[in-house]
Design a binder for this molecule. Structure first.
Ligand SMILES: [Zn+2]
Length: 438
């Protein structure tokens, strides 16, 4: 794992892996995803070409806690045509043009009767909003405000060629077994149509993270979930209550590709190891980062952190949802996410995994006064850090290795990066000065 840590840092700088993630986002971008249907299936199939993925189909009507798996939605075409037969709004130009989960309709409407079904953003007249009607049967179109202003007061041929019927809800799982059955959960929603930051950025980072971790030795087992937002997490938890008990650390990934600095929303517990590992990694990442307290609104951490589960799952974002104007609009496109930002997010996530994998408790075997480092050859540099930093790290590890302080505790208390503390601990362990707590 030590070489892994070095690799992660390089990977964070690597534009190549960022370009690959951006390219993958580009491949997924045109697919019309929703919380059920063929869009999410196609998306999962593309993820499954890159990492081992198990697909589950849960029938419509299945009770999942207080919810039911909804009808399956599929769409083939949709348009608003004027009297000349021209498509003035065309689903084939952007899948955002149709309110997701719109019931089928084909009829002639006057503009005034059509108007309640049209959604625009007057403040951003060129952008198309993203709207859904998941749990209330309805239909509608989203268009730019300029498109709306151009509509004549006339009759329109309105068609949504969709189906809303019994089917199933689909989700994908990538499970990487480790030495322990204890799990790290990485979860992201895969239900948004052509929107890049929310959440193709999360899908591409999670997929790449899984492919990197698949090639490593792992203490923990890792479970990556690609699920429809809210109902997907609820469905997974309802079907996997036993598995959920194995989750020791977890992250929801979303909005991780835009130009903004990081935001990490802590788990409901607030002091979970993953919260502390993420805070530590972000503090030493050289990126701007803000730590947010838990709140019961946001993404699927809401379900994982519901009181019955209270799992240690936080949420990593760059710009937070709802705070950037492009959020849930056509301006959240492929230009809004950046290869370098995706790569640096991946680097942070892998560094957090390194901390979780390597965090241990040690016990000083010479607790009465300092051991004499010089006679053990431990008072000189191994060539990594400056000698001052290395000696400080060794003294910190010796002093706090009382079986009560983990390496992460020691890193935080000393202000030194986790890897520096880990290097010191490995050296001291090899010298017999500390042993791992039983
Ligand atoms: Zn969203």
């Amino acid at each position: 794992m030590r070489t892994g840590a070095v690799m992660d840092r390089r990977m964070g700088e690597s534009s190549e892996i960022g370009e690959q993630m951006h390219q993958f986002a580009k491949e997924l971008y045109p697919i019309c995803r929703s919380i059920t249907g063929d869009g999410i299936r196609k998306t999962l199939a593309k993820i499954g070409e890159r990492i081992p993925l198990t697909i589950s189909e849960v029938p419509t009507g299945t009770t999942v806690f207080d919810w039911q798996v909804p009808k399956e939605w599929n769409i083939r075409d949709a348009y608003i045509k004027n009297l000349h037969g021209e498509r003035v709004v065309d689903f084939k130009r952007s899948n955002l043009h149709v309110v997701s989960y719109s019931a089928p309709v084909h009829a002639t409407f006057s503009l005034s009767n059509l108007r309640p079904h049209l959604h625009t953003l007057p403040d951003h007249p060129d952008w198309i909003p993203y709207r859904t009607s998941y749990y209330r049967e309805d239909w509608g179109f989203c268009l730019s405000h300029n498109q709306l202003l151009a509509l004549q007061d006339a009759d329109y041929d309105v068609c949504i060629d969709s189906s809303l019927e019994a089917g199933s809800l689909t989700y994908g799982e990538c499970y990487l077994a480790g030495q322990s059955e204890n799990e790290v959960l990485i979860s992201c929603h895969a239900c948004h149509p052509s929107l890049a930051n929310d959440n193709l950025s999360g899908l591409t980072v999670a997929t790449t993270m899984a492919s990197v971790l698949a090639g490593r030795d792992r203490r923990y087992s890792y479970r990556f979930l690609f699920i429809p937002g809210t109902i997907g997490a609820i469905t997974w938890l309802a079907r996997n209550a036993d598995t959920a008990r194995q989750i020791r650390h977890g992250l929801v990934l979303t909005c991780v590709g835009d130009a903004g600095g990081f935001h990490y929303k802590k788990s409901r517990r607030g002091d979970a190891e993953v919260d502390r590992a993420m805070e530590h990694v972000l503090r030493h990442s050289g990126e701007t980062a803000e730590i947010l307290e838990f709140s019961p609104y946001g993404y699927d951490e809401r379900q994982y952190c519901s009181p019955g589960f209270n799992l240690p799952v936080g949420c990593l974002m760059r710009s937070t949802w709802g705070t950037f104007p492009e959020y849930h609009t056509s301006a959240d496109n492929l230009d809004f996410i950046h290869p370098g930002q995706l790569a640096r997010t991946l680097g942070v996530c892998l560094s957090v995994c390194d901390v979780l994998e390597e965090n241990r408790f040690y016990v000083n075997q010479n607790p009465f006064c300092e051991p004499q480092l010089g006679k053990r050859g431990l008072y000189r540099s191994t060539g990594g850090e400056s000698i001052d930093v290395e000696i400080h790290a060794r003294l910190w590890v010796l002093n706090l290795s009382d079986g009560e302080h983990s390496l992460l505790d020691i890193a935080d208390r000393s202000g030194l990066p986790f890897n520096t503390i880990l290097d010191a601990a490995e050296l001291l362990k090899a010298s017999g000065l500390i042993t791992e707590k039983a």
